[in-house]
Design a binder for this molecule. Structure first.
Ligand code: NAI
Ligand code: OAA
Length: 259
């Protein structure tokens, strides 16, 4: 496989570190202009045009919400399938439409991995039956909320107990907390939608990792999931399982069995 990568940061580096020799057979990395990417054997480009000209079989985006419009949209339009990790970006209706239109125009597929959460298969399967009620609660230690609007809402350094600092819809949360609300957006897109999925965000000084808990009520059945994820080494905001979820998407593209 010829893999394209946008975002050689925490997820990107760890992802490539998990891959064995010769996997992928060819790698093209889109780096920010002037940023040094020391990756022996990889082709490093600085513009999306060069990336598209290299024609990877699959592009993985793990660069952040701001990069989605400028990279994933043109890649899809050029017929390149995209695994998009910054899923919260789809809370922007215009961007979501642009991604869909680009995928249709290019005959490409926009692949939204489960990321840090699980149970997306069942939720997505239940959605066409309608009547879904989905409530999600995301809990992280205070330091994982640093650099987000949580800093203005609560005293992160002075917390002694778990504190809900935001509740609203998945769309509101994804727009206000783009680096932390990808899970909420994923649940919403798979299930009840951005405006009907209820979300609470919690800072907990006792939390040792990132907890994602949600409940689903549907005419087809009810379920609850609670995942206690360990944070990734390079970014407390990102659960380590996210990196493996992306790896799974890549390997599912080429192995004889998809699971
Ligand atoms: N779907 C999910 O469950 C999850 C999604 N995420 C998403 O994944 C993204 C990446 O996470 P991390 O790797 O932990 O963040 P990070 O900040 O460590 O890495 C992002 C990298 O992308 C690079 N970058 C930014 N804009 C770029 C551009 N236009 N072109 C090329 N490179 C660019 C940055 O320089 C940085 O190296 C997050 O911003 C978040 O949106 C994170 C965790 C879970
Ligand atoms: O746990 C993670 O990896 C990140 C997270 O909460 C999110 O983006 O929703």
């Amino acid at each position: 496989m010829h893999l394209g990568l946008v975002g050689y940061g925490n997820i990107g580096k760890a992802l490539l570190g998990l891959m064995g020799a010769g996997e992928p057979a060819r790698l093209t990395v889109l780096a920010r202009p002037g940023k040094t990417v020391d990756l022996p054997g990889a082709e490093v480009v600085e513009t999306v045009q060069e990336l598209i000209a290299a024609a990877p079989d699959l592009l993985v985006e793990c660069a952040g919400h701001a990069a989605v419009r400028d990279t994933a949209v043109p890649a899809l339009r050029a017929g390149i399938d995209v695994v998009l990790v910054s899923i919260g970006a789809l809370s922007d209706v215009a961007l979501e439409r642009a991604l869909h239109a680009a995928a249709e125009e290019g005959g490409a597929r926009l692949i939204l991995p489960a990321g840090a959460i699980g149970g997306i298969d069942l939720l997505s399967a239940m959605a066409p039956a309608g009547g879904l009620e989905v409530t999600y609660r995301g809990t992280k230690p205070p330091q994982a909320w640093r650099g987000t609007p949580a800093e203005e809402l609560i005293d992160l350094g002075g917390l002694t107990a778990a504190t809900v600092f935001f509740s609203g819809t998945a769309r509101e949360v994804a727009q206000a907390f783009p680096k932390n609300a990808n899970v909420a957006a994923t649940l919403a897109l798979a299930g009840a939608g951005m405006d009907a999925t209820r979300v609470e965000l919690v800072a907990d000084p006792q939390a040792s990792g990132n907890r994602h808990a949600y409940s689903v009520h549907s005419p087809l059945g009810d379920y609850e999931i609670r995942i206690d994820n360990r944070a990734s080494n390079g970014n407390a905001k990102t659960s380590a399982a996210t990196i493996y979820s992306v790896l799974r998407e890549i390997r599912n593209r080429k192995g004889p069995v998809v699971i």
